[in-house]
Design a protein around this ligand. Structure first.
Ligand code: KG4
Ligand code: ZN
Length: 513
């Protein structure tokens, strides 16, 4: 089996043999010795087949930049993915060191090497004329974009998987995050690998507990989280086939949410972080909702506009790049999910109301009643749903007074239509104004089928693409928290053990640059 390992002094004679065989201007043994002695700055790896060195690569990092100095594979082993494996290892090390850009020079005629680096997103940024002494050949300077960018990491992860499939053993390990989500009435624990791979995602809904009250009772929610959290962590690890010692970090939603509920999650996260001596990462719950899109559709890249619609929130944000959230507008009163739940309660449909109204509306006429569309034509991106709620209440009360028959399906469909129209039109206007061709839906209400259909229809007419996570990643879940946390792990955004929850956390505070 071929294995990639850090280069040490005893490998240098074999490394030098290969160097001398392949390159017209070989490095000396002393050059290798001095490079690998410079541990904090340099990273050198070898590829080994049964203790025989068959390739090597190295680089040094300065601040946030890395420079690849060597890469070679013996001719007998070329085309076997070993060069790719060595570059993966170097880039993984760059991520650990927060080197965002990697530079290197390659002979202009070395098409094979240029192809290899191209696969990793290296682009030609310049030429060094007559750089090589032996034949005065030009060097092409290649450079990557920002490798800390999640889209880049996704590509790297894909290449990494292809290396593992070739049975090459890599030195760097997948970063496994245990994520905890207890912002409201779902206890959720997930295990996520490298920000994309959902190894387990357990969700214990408290719906039955709160049903009889018609809404979430904060004190009961916190107590139920407390009972559920430890067994769920155990089960999530078992399902993921991961041991506590395999974890690289603990992630937890720190807000917005119910203070008592949040505290249970944070206390659990602190214990695991302290006992295992791994960093703790606080994730904004809304950032998690947006990130859920990316976990299933990792090629989506900013800039985009995101409509976050959940039980507690309705907001429109612009994301020019990962980690930057510009709040465009939000609800001035009720959140979308809250309005769905209240109207469902009023119509005696049950709780939570969103999915029930969604289903019932399919049997109703969305144009039966013209309910108000608040703020549809204002030039801001705010929303208001309390007027609509009152209009529905008044309508039903008036009909009942007149003893007229009420078509619940028509009311549900017309209410839903009024909510959707404003959300779709404002989101599209925001995307157009920001010059973005993508809209990402997020949060529990994003699983509404009529909302998704309307977005699809309107957006495709305008050349805007609309993305939404599958329903299980729309509603509250810890996988989205584990995904978003990976970005913070690479950026070293950690919480101390004195961290507190932030029940009113706002997304725009997350600006991390
Ligand atoms: O994101 P989420 O799980 O929790 C919060 O962060 O608030 O969203 C829950 C909300 C509930 O109000 C629920 O009624 C609503 O999402 N919801 C829906 C649908 N599925 C869930 N609303 C409309 N249509 C749906 N299909
Ligand atoms: Zn949520």
């Amino acid at each position: 089996m071929i294995e990639i390992r850090p280069m040490s002094f005893e490998h240098i004679p074999q490394v030098w043999e290969i160097e001398r065989r392949i390159f017209p201007l070989p490095w000396t043994k002393d050059m290798f010795t001095s490079e690998i002695s410079d541990r904090p700055r340099s990273s050198y790896f070898i590829a080994e087949d049964n203790e025989k060195v068959i390739g090597y690569a190295g680089m040094f990092t300065v601040a946030d930049e890395a420079h690849i100095t060597n890469l070679a594979v013996t001719p007998e082993y070329q085309k076997g993915g070993i060069g790719t494996a060595l570059v993966v290892e170097l880039l993984e090390r760059c991520l650990e060191r927060r080197a965002r850009h990697i530079v290197l020079e390659v002979r202009k005629s070395n098409i094979r090497a240029r192809k290899l680096y191209e696969r990793f997103g290296f682009k030609e940024v310049g030429i060094r004329k007559a750089y090589y002494e032996d034949n005065k050949e030009d060097a092409v300077v290649l450079c990557t974009g920002d490798i800390l960018n999640p889209n880049y990491r996704y590509e790297l992860n894909t290449i990494r998987s292809s290396v593992l499939e070739k049975n090459i053993k890599l030195f760097s390990k997948e970063k496994i995050i245990l994520a905890i989500e207890t912002t409201c009435d779902e206890t959720s624990v997930a295990v996520v690998g490298n920000g994309f791979r959902i190894l387990s995602n357990l969700i214990a809904s408290q719906v039955n507990l709160h049903k009889k009250y018609g809404g979430v009772v904060p004190e009961l929610a916190a107590r139920r989280h407390l009972e559920a959290i430890n067994p769920m962590v155990e089960e999530a690890l078992t399902q993921a086939q991961v041991e506590l010692n395999d974890l690289s970090a603990i992630a937890v939603s720190i807000g917005p949410g119910l203070v008592g509920a949040l505290l249970v999650g944070l206390a659990a996260a602190k214990v695991f972080s302290w006992v295992l001596n791994v960093p703790m990462i606080g994730v904004n719950h809304l950032e998690g909702h947006i990130y859920a899109n990316f976990m299933e559709n990792p090629k989506i890249s900013p800039p985009f506009v995101s409509l976050v619609v959940s039980g507690g929130h309705t907001l429109l944000v612009y994301v020019p790049e990962w980690g930057i959230f510009e709040l465009l507008g939000e609800t001035l009163d009720d959140a979308a999910g809250e309005a769905f739940d209240k109207i469902a309660g009023f119509l005696d449909l049950g709780y939570p109301g969103g999915p029930l109204i969604d289903e019932l509306s399919r049997k109703g006429n969305p144009h039966a009643i013209e309910f108000p569309r608040a703020l549809l034509h204002t030039h801001d991106y705010n929303f208001s749903l309390s007027g609509l709620k009152t209009a529905v209440l008044n309508y039903v009360t008036a009909l009942k007074k007149k003893e007229q028959k009420v078509s619940v399906a028509d009311i549900a469909a017309s209410f839903q239509e009024a909510v959707i129209e404003v959300q779709v039109e404002k989101s599209i206007r925001a995307a157009q104004e920001k010059g973005s061709d993508k809209i990402l839906l997020a949060g529990g209400v994003a699983s509404n089928t009529a909302l998704r259909d309307r977005f699809e229809k309107r957006a495709s007419q305008l050349g805007v693409s609309v993305h939404s996570p599958s329903p299980v990643l729309c509603t509250d879940n810890a996988a989205m928290i584990g995904g978003a946390a990976f970005h913070h792990l690479l950026e070293r955004h950690f919480l101390g053990l004195d961290a507190d929850v932030d029940p009113n956390a706002s997304l725009s505070k997350l600006v991390s640059k």
